[in-house]
Design a protein around this ligand. Structure first.
Ligand SMILES: Cc1cc2nc3c(=O)[nH]c(=O)nc-3n(C[C@H](O)[C@H](O)[C@H](O)COP(=O)(O)O)c2cc1C
Length: 215
């Protein structure tokens, strides 16, 4: 497939940028319905249009679609999720308050992630902070393009405990860093609205703490 099948990828991503940015919340409840190759192509092509340090483009997107691979990666993801909780002193569901809806939702995703039709491992081609920093804009592009196609997902991370086994399972070279695991699928819930700090809390003009009049 060429990089620009008809209609072109930009022509398929016609949702306004405003709608995409302001409604792209974390979608953790995903339908098992498959994502078409065309949509995957457009999502990943958008990801590759991101900027990177020196335009080195130190990324690789490992798309995990095979049911068996998803199941095994899902089990490792679940183990990683609980390893991260253990690092925080959380040892089971009883330690997560019902009111902590984000953690509860993330916990459910840890059980279900293998059922998402696609898991994308966003990888950096080198170890270390510069390569890692360069895959972050690409991941945002990926999620925005997915949003424009009605497909949801969220950024997630794994854990050192499972890193070697993830590399082995998916035959990832040792030098490659797995940065994010992004499940994608059609949402069971709805996109947006977002809950974010007010602009005046996070913006200064000319010197730290001076709130601009326009916020
Ligand atoms: C670097 C990063 C790591 C994240 N890790 C996880 C994760 O491991 N599991 C998860 O369910 N969500 C994860 N998220 C999603 C955040 O929890 C989510 O974006 C945040 O709570 C805001 O939610 P909203 O986008 O739905 O408003 C992560 C997001 C980022 C940017």
């Amino acid at each position: 497939m060429s990089d620009s099948p008809d209609p072109s990828t930009p022509d398929r991503l016609t949702m306004t940028l405003g709608e995409a940015v302001f409604s792209m919340r974390a979608i953790r409840r995903l339908r098992p319905d498959p994502i078409s190759d065309r949509d995957l192509h457009d999502i990943l092509l958008a990801a590759t249009q991101a900027p990177s340090g020196g335009n080195v483009q130190p990324w690789h997107f490992l798309v995990v679609q095979d049911a068996g691979q998803r199941r095994e990666l899902g089990a490792l993801y679940r183990e990683a999720w609980w390893a991260k909780r253990r690092d925080q002193g959380i040892h089971g569901p009883e330690d997560i308050p019902e009111t902590d809806t984000i953690a509860r939702s993330a916990m459910r995703l840890a059980d279900e992630i293998g059922d998402a039709p696609v898991l994308i491992l966003v990888c950096a081609l080198a170890q270390g902070a510069p390569a890692l920093a360069s895959v972050i804009p690409a991941t945002e592009n990926l999620l925005l393009a997915a949003r424009a196609l009605g497909i949801g997902g969220t950024i997630t991370t794994l854990h050192a405990d499972v890193d070697e086994r993830v590399h082995t399972l998916l035959e990832i070279p040792d030098a490659v860093q797995v940065v994010y695991c992004v499940p994608l699928g059609y949402p069971r819930g709805r996109f947006g609205p977002l809950n974010r700090k007010p602009l005046n809390e996070v913006t200064s003009l000319d010197r730290w703490g001076a709130t601009p009049a326009w916020v």
